[in-house]
Design a protein around this ligand. Sequence first.
Ligand code: FAD
Length: 575
Amino acid sequence: MDEQFDLIVVGSGAGALLSAIRAADAGLKPLVVEKSHLIGGTSAISGGAIWIPLNSDMPSSGVADDIERAFLYVKTCAKGMATDDRVLAYVESAKLMTQYLSEIGIPYRCMPQYADYYPDVPGALPGGRTMDPVDFDGDNLGIKALEDVRPTNPGQLIFGRMQMNAFEARIMLAREPQAKWMLLRIMLRYAFDFRWRLRSKRDRRLTGGQALIAGLYAAIRKRNIPVWLNCPLKSLTIDRNDGDRVSGVIVEREGRLLPLLAKCAVVLGAGGFERNQSMREQYLPSPTQSGWTATPPSCNTGDAILAGAAIGAQLHLMSHTWGAPTLEVPKEEKYRAVFVERSLPGCMVVNQLGKRFLNESGPYPEFQQAMFEEHHKNRGAIPAWIVFDADFRANNPMGPLIPSSVAPDHKLPKDWLGTVYWKGETLEDLASQIGIAPTGLVASARRMTEFAVSGKDLEFDRGGNCFDRYYGDPTLKNPNLGPIAKGPFYAMKLFPGDIGTKGGLLTDLNARVLNVTGQPIGGLYCIGNNSASVMGPAYPGAGSTLGPAMTFAYRAVAHMTGKSIALERTDLLEA
Ligand code: FAD
């Protein structure tokens, strides 16, 4: 007889793990199947931030929010590409999910100064909706189990070793007065943690996505929920005698196909299709390369999107990604997303003509879209070049380059010159090395230097809103503008990458998968990047992917156990 479970969860990102935990707490017997040999997918290497309107931390942080505002903001951002009832379901139940996270040992705290990404859209807040996980002590999971968790990105570690949370990252990048002491404290704590360091290379203090996934994995283990690694979903099975309801899955385990029965439901949480080149070419804007994504190799190849489509599920938002500029670092398995450095004063991004074409400090999805638009209009923006001068290089990180005041050029790997970064004594010299127009580059740098003096970017209004200014130098007239005038000058290549795709199976407000006629497919739920995002084409604020993944996981389990979470403010739907 086929092995039988109440719930089969496909994938082990944050939403998938949360649905298994929630199901176990509701009395179901879940199984998690994961394709890779590690747990956590992209969620584990992420910042772990979640975007939670009306979160319970807001009042004590002095932030006021309300349902109307949050609903209006997401609805406007979604541009009609997510149904209003899904949007409302999200803004109403995100805080319930966060309370549950806290109950199972993964508390979050709100970031009062981290602005929504579109401050000019009605309903936006200048801070408070993004939440960062409280640091998690790896000892609570245990060294052995921690080895199962996908390790974080090199880019998220200090000196390749120590973890930092989002509050600390900002203090350091904005070079706030306490930055040096804080760094010293982090280093001393790590250095004196002998007992742990003798046994593991990984930092015991887990932050961001590591804190989130380690916390969820600890909760999984506490409940004895089985997690089968190296066990990819191959297809879904349906029961023809029960209205084509999904009855289970076929997975591959130890080299053979294994049918598994799901008495109650299947939750698909197997990520997007960013690692599938042919799906990228079929759906995404060109040019497109699976290598440009910042997500783990070989994992998210759209398997469960294809499996859903094969049984009649409707696809939606397939031409959209969670876009971000990325750059290549030799010997790293994936490209690095450039979330922050591009916003710091004293750098600019140019095309092949040496001309700026975007606000370098704007939200990363819009940055990626601007690269495509410019490339299609004028060519020469893929790759684009991020250019900075000696002062910037001395004081700021850029991708894998840590400030030259700490690691001067002669200490960098020799083969990085001309592959990771380019360097010229003059801007003309730099331009000729990277094959862009010298006159354009010189003119752009001169203009940026003038803008730094006046504090006003007359071309793209960089630093013109609170989102831009979050990562900048608050002591400057304009925190995001600095001169680009002192040689040597540097350039690095940027690609229109992503941190995942956002199109997938269309779902309803309870994460039920809908078929091509808009009817729910019995027994099948879908969350995270496996499903079409509730945010439509937008990225309303930091945490807009993990927040919905876990919130719809929470709602899905409530629904499958007969305890659906009813919408409260249905009056907003009629407005
Ligand atoms: P994943 O977390 O990628 O999990 C999918 C899992 O499914 C993987 O483990 C994969 O191996 C598995 N899988 C795939 N196919 C199969 C199959 N056939 N069978 C079984 N398993 C399968 N988002 C935020 O909201 N906040 C942030 O702070 C944030 N920071 C980020 C920082 C970085 C550097 C990056 C790269 C991304 C960041 N993101 C952030 C984006 C976020 O991490 C992803 O959007 C999110 O993790 C997607 O979750 P998921 O569960 O859909 O997919």
